[in-house]
Design a protein around this ligand. Structure first.
Ligand code: G3H
Ligand code: 13P
Ligand code: ZN
Length: 312
């Protein structure tokens, strides 16, 4: 089937009490790993591309890789989404360039400016059959070299969501309830806890509306250990506990964003092979192990965290 928007996926996920995994793609191995796992588990999936991914791999290469994945996995719905679009121009470029969904991330702007920017993107996107995700509230962490400190991050204010959604006409909303980007989400010795009270307040204000959770990697400790045992140096990398993500998936959260866990799986595989046998120089020898780890991460998320198995 051709690329789909997220409209139908989110409606079914909302009603069915599960979430769709949105996984970041940067190269062929990652596209293959995600879509093979989703195909085998009969799960809908969102492949998302950041500005950094477009810079690294080139828009056309990424679109064509995703098109190849559609041919290889004809039975599952796949959406192609722009992750963290910073301005109108990048959203327009992705809408014109074959994406079915874009995020306009106006979270760094004041409320009214965020509304104006989001509305402009929504008007253009909807006129072209593309759906839009926006963000209210600020996540801590790093994305595309923009670093938001924990002090500058702020939870989404439930009081603002209804006005934002009504005035912008946006299709889904990313909220800040304690997740953050990257592999260092919580301080060692503290108890990671998402603010489900804020999420439930938001659900009440905009019933039936799909919510998105960014920064939702759980930072699998087995991969952190493998990386560190094979020359890596990841200290105190801590993610979101998976039971809390499962709880989120049962709520109005319809899209859960995961990138760091894929990076960890890929890096663990590559490091393990190269460290054990320094004579290896055929990229296929180490990339295939990294790719298998990424596939295992995605399969685990679909089955044990998102609940999207057999929902295609
Ligand atoms: O939200 C951030 C994603 O992990 C994408 O990261 O901007 O380094 O590609 P990136
Ligand atoms: P992680 O860094 O937790 O994987 O978050 C990814 C993300 O939110 C992409 O938009
Ligand atoms: Zn994000």
């Amino acid at each position: 089937m051709p690329l789909v928007t997220t409209t139908e996926m989110f409606k079914k996920a909302y009603d069915g009490g599960y979430a769709i995994g949105a996984f970041n793609v940067n190269n062929m191995e990652i596209v293959q790993a995600i879509t093979e796992a989703a195909g085998e588990l009969n799960s809908p999936i969102i492949l998302q591309v950041s500005a950094g991914a477009r810079k690294y791999a080139n828009h056309t290469y990424l679109v064509k890789l995703v098109e190849a994945a559609l041919i290889e996995n004809p039975n599952i719905p796949i959406a192609l989404h722009l992750d963290h679009g910073a301005d109108f121009d990048i959203c327009k470029s992705c809408i014109d360039g074959g994406f079915t969904s874009v995020m306009i991330d106006g979270s760094k702007y004041a409320f009214n400016e965020n509304i104006e920017l989001t509305k402009k993107v929504v008007e253009y996107a909807h006129a072209h059959g593309v759906v839009v995700e926006a963000e209210l509230g600020k996540l801590a962490g790093i994305e595309d070299d923009v670093k938001v400190s924990a002090e500058d991050s702020s939870y989404t204010q439930p009081d603002e969501v209804e006005e934002f959604v009504t005035k912008t006409g946006v299709d889904s909303l990313a909220i800040a309830i304690g997740t953050s980007h990257g592999a260092y989400k919580f301080k060692p010795g503290t108890k990671p806890q998402l603010r489900f009270d804020i999420l439930h307040e938001i659900e009440k204000r905009i019933p039936g509306f799909p919510i998105v959770l960014h920064g939702a990697s759980s930072v699998p400790q087995e991969y952190v250990k493998i990386i560190n045992a094979n020359g890596g140096q990841l200290k105190d990398a801590i993610g979101v506990p998976e039971d809390q993500l499962r709880e989120a998936a049962r709520s109005a959260v319809c899209k859960i964003n995961i990138d760091s866990d894929l990076r960890l799986g890929l890096t663990a595989g590559v490091r393990e092979v190269m460290f054990k046998d320094p004579s290896i120089f055929d990229p296929r020898d180490y990339l295939k192990v990294g790719r298998a780890n990424v596939k295992a991460v995605v399969a685990h998320k679909i089955k044990d965290v998102l609940g999207s198995e057999n929902k295609a």
